[in-house]
Design a protein around this ligand. Sequence first.
Ligand SMILES: C[S@@+](CC[C@H](N)C(=O)[O-])C[C@H]1O[C@@H](n2cnc3c(N)ncnc32)[C@H](O)[C@@H]1O
Length: 244
Amino acid sequence: MSIFEWDIRAEKYDNLEWTNRDQYMEKFLKICDLKSDFQACDIGTGTGIIAQTLAHYCKKVNAIDYSESMLNIAKKKRGMENINYKLMNAEKLEFASDTYDIVTARMCFHHITHQEKAINECVRVLKPGKKFVISEGIPPPGTRKFYTEMFKLKEKRRTYIIDDLVELLENGELRNITIEIHKMPCVSINNWLANSGKDKATCKKIYDMHLDCEEYVKKAYNMKVLKGDVFMDWLIAIVSGIKP
Ligand SMILES: C[S@@+](CC[C@H](N)C(=O)[O-])C[C@H]1O[C@@H](n2cnc3c(N)ncnc32)[C@H](O)[C@@H]1O
């Protein structure tokens, strides 16, 4: 996705109900295993949801994004004394090597053009012995084709499965890789589409694609059709690795 597309999405991003689910955040935080003296870096921070969450438990958070519109909302809604929001590309971090006690990246890597550059940068700025935590949506087993085709209507992005995420971290020379898969129940497709920044016609196509998908896809997503909406259980991976 281009920076311009994020400008369009920024205004409604925080209405996305999935972004603030408690159980997901709880698992994410547990994996981060924060300490009060930590210096943290949040990559692709968007409107600052993760940055703000980290900032409650860390000494200092530097949060970067390449979309000024997303950052403007972060600064306005989630400004805290110990958060510094910076306009920066994840592929070229303007931080010294071995700086951070933790680097996080939630739902950002699938948008990054050169993911190898970005992972190398994330690892470079991490102190040895410290953790990188990435979180990405993944298709339920057997639904990769549906997932990829459906997202083609929505945006230019990468589809990850767990193996891809592990490979990404391994290519970044991270060790002690852990994998947690979080099932996020009953996500409303109407909420997701209404706040996607897409035009009505595209939203309708994506909605219909869900309604019309094959039975095995419906089953894999535990899909429910109710009151003019479609509800699905999403799978979200939280993968971490340590810099040697
Ligand atoms: C789906 S949003 C996720 C925002 C936030 N991490 C969250 O979980 O709510 C993806 C964000 O990644 C940012 N992004 C994408 N590619 C980037 C890059 N190369 N460098 C910095 N930010 C990037 C976008 O601008 C957007 O704000």
